[in-house]
Design a protein around this ligand. Structure first.
Ligand code: GLN
Length: 483
C-alpha cells in the first residue's frame, strides 16, 4: 500500500479497496520500522492519526467524498499543530506544544487528511541540507551518506522513502524545490500569498510560502487544492479564486513557450545535470513546446541579496524567543539580561545564531542603507527581469540545483558553500513567483530535478507541464533501494 500515490489512494478509498484506518496503520508500522534509518520524523502522531483515519472512514461511510478524505500525510514541524509538539527542529521549541492549528493544518484536516507525524527540518528552516536540526541530520533515502536537501528534508525523505504519500513543506529560498530535486520528488512553491502563512512559524516573512511535496504533479495538485486560498488571518494572503488544479493537468502543451535563461547554464552547473535538463526540454518539445533562450541579467546578485534580506527578517522574527514567553529557558538566570542571553545562546543552534547576527547587523543604523536597502533594490531588479522574460515565454525552465546531493558533513565548515546551492531557487522567492521541481533523472544513483517557473498565480500551468512530462517519463515512479 505504501507505493500508492494520493490519487491512487483516493480511488482505493472510494472503491472501498481499503479503509483509511488500514492504510494509516500500515504506514505507521512502516514509519516505526524504517524511519530510524533516515530520521525523517521528529514526532510520529499514532493516536491522532488513528482517530483522524476513523473519522475519515466514518465521513465516507456517511456518503461524503473528496480526494483528500482519509489521505495520510505529514506536516513539516514548523506548522503549528494544536496540542502537539511544534519544534521547528530547535532546542528552543523542543518543549513547545502549539495552542492552535496553522491554517494549512486546519484546512487539510477539514478536507479529511490524516496526520501521521511532524517531519524533520533544518532548525527554523535555515539550511539546504537538513543537517542543522536539533534532532539530528536527515539522510537521503537514495544514499544514506548524502543529504536529502533542506530545509524540508524530513518531508522529502519521508515521501521519497514511501513512508508518506505526500507532505506539507515550506519554501523561503528553495526549501520545497531543492529537497524535491535531491530526493526525486515533485515539489511546488506557490505564488507568495496563495497559501496562508498563519500558524507557520516565521523565518523570513516576505519570502516564506507553504506548498506540497509529493511524488507526482497530480498529487501536488490535490494537496495544493487543500492548502490554497484566502485567509483573513494572514494579511499577506491574497483574495484570488483558487482554480481546480486537477482539471488543467492534461491541457495541451502545443505552442507552450519555454524560456531557458542563459545565465542558468554557465559555470557552476554540474555538466551532468545540464545534460539531463536538456533531455527534459527535448521531451517537452515532443509535446509541442517551443524553446527560446532568455536572459535574467540580475540573477548573479540574488544570493547576496537573499542572504541579507532573509537574515534581516529572521533576526526580527526570532526576537520573540526570549526565554520568557515561549520555549526554552536557561537554568537559574541571575538577572533579565542573563535570562535573555543564555536562553537564546543555549536554545538556538549555530546557524540560527549566525543568521540573527548577520540580520541584526544589516538592519543596524549605519548599515541599513548599505546592505538592507541595497538588497531590496536588487530584489526589485530581479522581479523586473522576470516580468520582462514572461512577456516572451510562458514558463522558465532550468536546473533546480547546481550540484547533486552532497555528502553529509561536506559543507559543515563553509556556510557560504551551502548558500551557493540555492542559486537557482531563491530568485522565485525574491520575486514572489511560483516554482516547481520535478524529477528528471539520476547521476551516480542520485536524483536530479528540473525547475519550472511561471507568472504569478499560474501554479496550474506548472502542474500541467510537469504532469504531461510525467506521462512521458518514469523518473518519478522509481523508488530508492530498500524502500
Ligand atoms: N537554503 C535557504 C536558507 O537557508 C532556503 C531555506 C528555506 O527555503 N527555508 O535560507
Amino acid at each position: 500500500m505504501h507505493q500508492l500515490t494520493l490519487a491512487e489512494i483516493a480511488r482505493g478509498l472510494a472503491d472501498k479497496k481499503f479503509s483509511s484506518e488500514e492504510l494509516t496503520r500500515a504506514l505507521l508500522a512502516r514509519i516505526h520500522q524504517l524511519d530510524p534509518q533516515i530520521n525523517s520524523f521528529i514526532s510520529v502522531t499514532d493516536e491522532l492519526a488513528i482517530s483522524q483515519a476513523r473519522a475519515a472512514d466514518a465521513r465516507r461511510a456517511a456518503g461524503e467524498s473528496g480526494a483528500l478524505l482519509g489521505a495520510p500525510i505529514g506536516h513539516k514541524d514548523l506548522f503549528c499543530t494544536q496540542g502537539i509538539r511544534t519544534s521547528c527542529a530547535s532546542k528552543m521549541l523542543d518543549n513547545f506544544k502549539a495552542p492552535y492549528d496553522a491554517t494549512v493544518v486546519s484546512k487539510l484536516a477539514e478536507a479529511g487528511t490524516v496526520t501521521l507525524g511532524k517531519t524533520n527540518m533544518d532548525e527554523f528552516a535555515m539550511g539546504s541540507a537538513n543537517e542543522s536540526s536539533y534532532y539530528g541530520a536527515v539522510k537521503n533515502p537514495w544514499n544514506f551518506e548524502h543529504v536529502p536537501g533542506g530545509s524540508s528534508g524530513g518531508s522529502a525523505a519521508a515521501v521519497a522513502a514511501r513512508l508518506l504519500p505526500a507532505a506539507t513543506a515550506t519554501d523561503t529560498g528553495g526549501s520545497i524545490r531543492q529537497p524535491a530535486a535531491l530526493t526525486s520528488l515533485t515539489g511546488l512553491k506557490p505564488t507568495y500569498g496563495r497559501v496562508s502563512r498563519w500558524g507557520m512559524i516565521a523565518y523570513a516573512s516576505s519570502l516564506d510560502q507553504a506548498g506540497p511535496l509529493a511524488r507526482t504533479a497530480e498529487d501536488c495538485a490535490l494537496l495544493l487544492q487543500g492548502m490554497a486560498g484566502f485567509d483573513a488571518k494572514d494579511s499577506t494572503s491574497i483574495d484570488e479564486p483558487v482554480p481546480d488544479y486537477s482539471a488543467s493537468l492534461n491541457a495541451s502543451l502545443e505552442g507552450l513557450r519555454i524560456g531557458l535563461p542563459k545565465e542558468y547554464f554557465g559555470a557552476g552547473l554540474d555538466p551532468r545535470i545540464a545534460e539531463l535538463v536538456q533531455a527534459s526540454v527535448k521531451e517537452l518539445e515532443k509535446l509541442g513546446a517551443v524553446v527560446k533562450e532568455i536572459s535574467l541579467p540580475n540573477m548573479q546578485h540574488a544570493i547576496p541579496a537573499y542572504y541579507v534580506i532573509a537574515p534581516a527578517e529572521a533576526s526580527s522574527n526570532l526576537s520573540r524567543f526570549d526565554g520568557v514567553r515561549f520555549g526554552y529557558r536557561c537554568e537559574n538566570p541571575v538577572d533579565l539580561t542573563d535570562l535573555y542571553k543564555r536562553s537564546r545562546g543555549e536554545g538556538f543552534g549555530a546557524e540560527v545564531q549566525r543568521r540573527i547576527m548577520v540580520g541584526a547587523y544589516a538592519l543596524s543604523a549605519g548599515y541599513y542603507d548599505a546592505y538592507y536597502l541595497q538588497a531590496q533594490k536588487i530584489r526589485r531588479l530581479i522581479k523586473n527581469d522576470f516580468m520582462a522574460a514572461f512577456n516572451d515565454v510562458d514558463v522558465i525552465l532550468g536546473p533546480t540545483t547546481p550540484n547533486l546531493a552532497w555528502k553529509i558533513g561536506a559543507k559543515n565548515n563553509d556556510p557560504v558553500a551551502e548558500y551557493l546551492e540555492d542559486v537557482y531557487t531563491i530568485t522565485a522567492n525574491l520575486a514572489g513567483l511560483p516554482g516547481l521541481s520535478m524529477p528528471a533523472g539520476f547521476v551516480d544513483g542520485l536524483p536530479v530535478g528540473v525547475q519550472l517557473l511561471a507568472p504569478y498565480f499560474h501554479e496550474g500551468r506548472l502542474l500541467n507541464v510537469a504532469h504531461r512530462y510525467q506521462q512521458l517519463t518514469d523518473w518519478h515512479t522509481r523508488a530508492p533501494n530498500g524502500f
